[in-house]
Ligand binder design. Structure first.
Ligand code: LLP
Length: 386
């Protein structure tokens, strides 16, 4: 089994469980994004929901990415991290008044608006401040993302965005709203998408919609295609950096952009997933009737993805070179769903071994909970442990 290069001796000294971020992997990922989008009218916003660890965020800010936020808390965190408000987009089906006001007060780049009542409220709140809010309409393109149904967002049955059948109504309404400035359209079809044809289908739909807006005399300065690029959870050592080249090429080849239009992306998982690991210790190895359980000191409180989405995370025993055996790798939480993997082959395991749950940089730390009154774990970076 090929294992990543961890500072194992240093990791052994630290109280587990904790998150470990390899900032060199993150920097290489960001460099690849910047190289692939150089000289193009492309602006990448980091989807803050994936991870807001301060060191991670600082590294992303330094690479010049904007921010995609879905709450007032995220808007504030982006601004506090030094990401310019002019690069902040704010999405979400349920923005509260205070959150909209926060966006207005900071003159964020754009609100991604998901419904008619939201448009009316933004118009009213902007009016009260004598401001004009820049908005992009989040349109539900009814394009399948071919991913887990919990992380599919662009189908008619999903709660997100404005349905295409409502567009006449919405564009007519916008003409009557004095404090709304329509700057673009926005989409997001889902997450962990590895089939590029889904993004291609999105491009086809956007080209049709561009025609629709042009026919109505509406000029759109910005097209935002959301996020969703998937990563390789099976082989993080072989594919530490997602295939940004193919991803961005789909859009340059299939989307008919005008020269004065900017294309925006909201990437979360693909930016941060592979730089992070959840590091845990084996508390006990328990012999069941027909199987062995490796019981870790980390559970779904630290990494909920396997329990919530049946997600696969690669698991490595960093302390063992013994021949592989099969284990059910489980956490200490009092629920059967607190299982990271079943019948999982890893090097022979004993109490005290250090385990890395890989690809945990996205939707790991940020989704941690204190269920069972557990403490929220700390995080360390490769820079600190060098
Ligand atoms: N933009 C919007 C409007 C979104 O809703 C999302 C993710 C993103 C961008 C970023 O998507 P990404 O590039 O990360 O795929 N907790 C789940 C993922 C939920 C994604 C929600 N929206 C998981 O652990 O798989």
């Amino acid at each position: 089994m090929i294992k990543a290069n961890y500072p194992v001796n240093k990791l052994k000294e630290i109280q587990t469980p904790f998150y470990y971020y390899d900032l060199d992997v993150l920097r290489s990922t960001l460099q690849e994004i910047n190289e692939q989008t150089a000289n193009l009218n492309f602006q990448v916003h980091y989807a803050m929901k994936a991870n807001v660890n301060p060191s991670v965020l600082k590294t992303i800010m330094e690479a010049g990415l904007g921010a995609d936020c879905v709450s007032g808390g995220e808007v504030q965190a982006a601004i506090d991290a030094g990401i310019p408000a002019s690069k902040v987009v704010f999405a979400g089906v349920g923005k509260a008044d205070w959150e909209i006001n926060l966006g207005l007060d900071n003159d964020i780049f754009c609100f991604n608006v998901e419904s008619i009542p939201e448009l009316e409220v933004i118009n009213e709140l902007a009016g009260a401040k004598n401001k004009k809010a820049s908005v992009a309409l989040r349109i539900n393109p009814n394009v399948s993302a071919h991913t887990h149904h919990y992380i599919t967002t662009g189908l008619n049955e999903n709660k997100f965005g404005i349905n295409m059948s409502e567009l006449d109504k919405v564009t007519d309404l916008i003409k009557t709203l004095p404090n709304i400035h329509l700057v673009g359209i926005h989409f997001h079809i889902g997450s962990q998408i590895t089939d590029m044809s889904s993004f291609q289908a999105l491009c086809v739909r956007i080209n049709e919609l561009q025609e629709y807006f042009e026919n109505r005399g509406i000029k759109l300065k910005h097209i935002n295609v959301g996020g969703g690029l998937g990563i390789n959870y099976e082989h993080p050592n072989h594919f530490p950096i997602p295939d940004f080249e193919s991803y961005f090429k789909v859009f340059s080849h299939h989307l008919s952009l005008h020269d004065d239009q900017t294309l925006h992306f909201e990437l979360g998982r693909s930016v941060v997933a592979q730089c992070g690991s959840l590091i845990s210790k084996v508390l006990y190895v328990k012999e069941g009737t027909s199987k062995k359980f490796a019981i870790l000191d980390a559970g779904f409180t630290e990494l909920i993805r396997p329990a919530l989405y049946q997600a696969y995370h690669r698991i490595e025993n960093l302390s063992s070179d013994l021949p592989e055996e099969k284990y059910d790798v489980v956490g200490p939480i009092c629920e059967s769903s607190d299982t990271f993997a079943k019948d999982y082959s890893m090097n022979g395991t004993k109490r005290g071994d250090i385990i890395a749950l890989r690809s945990a940089g996205a939707y790991g730390e940020i989704m941690a909970s204190q269920y069972n009154l557990r403490k929220l774990p700390k995080a360390y970076t490769s820079d600190e442990l060098k």
